[in-house]
Write a protein that binds this ligand. Structure first.
Ligand SMILES: [Zn+2]
Length: 287
């Protein structure tokens, strides 16, 4: 799944190219990406024709395209959803699912999705904050992100730190890749119980995640298997800056110990077994 830096890269690209433009026509080429729009494909096409895009917005990994009338197009990128700017006469890329044509001509906007876990839906009244997104916590790039509040909520949870980092209601935008990178930077094991963490330790992990994601944003994000691309189809190049994720068996950049890959929450977790030691059993944990 694309995480905060990848989604923000897409949002910025869209902000520069579709803001203020009037849609003349929407053409849905495959119904599946519209499955969350319960009123159906024709309704989606009819409602969007003639509307004008405001500046695209984001909270965590959730992206929406506000419309001048107060509604919004909610975009779920899923595993492989992409927005691409293309001239109307450009050949369709494989897996192109939705075409937006604008009243002012080229470039048009295309939604491409290979695996189709993503999709588009119209969110009535969702321009400011779609109802589908209200339960999502603010992300660390949000000017109103409250670090002290996030630290307090995290320490109240009876859970493992990585599970807390991935909880989009606590702090949004962090997924598997940047959670592993943040934990390595903070020298913390993914299973460390949050209730044993000091305020400074909790703040340290969230700050590490923020720093890593800011670095990734500068590089245009991380692109494994080239499924996450910007609106011009280019992949980010933060992969080469990753310290642990995807580096099983390679030396830790700090101590040289081979990085280990372990199953956690049905995914892979990467850590340095020396820098990120397993937590000791905490009193009462076995009950
Ligand atoms: Zn190490």
């Amino acid at each position: 799944m694309p995480e905060l830096p990848e989604v923000e890269t897409v949002r910025r690209g869209l902000a520069a190219t579709i803001t203020g433009r009037r849609i003349s026509q929407v053409e849905v080429l495959h119904p599946r990406p519209l499955r969350r729009h319960l009123a159906g494909v024709t309704d989606f096409q009819d409602r969007l024709a003639g509307q004008t895009f405001g500046e695209p917005r984001r909270r965590g990994k959730y992206l929406w395209l506000p419309l001048a009338d107060g509604d919004a197009v909610l975009a779920h990128l899923g595993m492989s959803g992409q927005f691409r700017l293309e001239p109307a006469d450009a050949p369709l890329a494989p897996n192109t699912r939705v075409l937006f044509t604008f009243a002012d001509g080229d470039p048009g906007l295309r939604f491409v999705d290979q695996r189709m876990f993503g999709g588009l839906s119209l969110s009535p009244g969702g321009a400011e904050l779609p109802p589908e997104v209200t339960h999502i916590g603010r992300d660390p790039f949000d000017p109103e992100f409250d670090l002290a509040g996030a630290v307090a909520r995290l320490r109240l949870r009876n859970t493992a730190i990585k599970r807390a980092l991935l909880d989009q209601q606590l702090v949004s935008g962090i997924g598997n890749i940047y959670a592993d990178e943040a934990l390595w930077a903070a020298r913390m094991h993914y299973a460390r119980p949050t209730r044993t963490m000091s305020r400074a330790q909790a703040a340290g992990v969230i700050t590490a995640a923020t720093t890593v994601m800011r670095g990734a944003l500068v590089d245009g994000g991380t692109s494994f298997d080239a499924l996450y691309v910007d609106i011009n189809g280019s992949s980010g190049y933060f992969d080469r800056s990753l310290a642990v994720y995807g580096r099983e068996g390679q030396p830790c950049l700090r101590c040289g110990t081979p990085i280990r890959r372990e199953p956690f929450m049905n995914r892979s977790s990467y850590r340095c077994p020396r820098c990120q030691r397993a937590p000791r059993r905490v009193h009462g944990q076995a009950r």
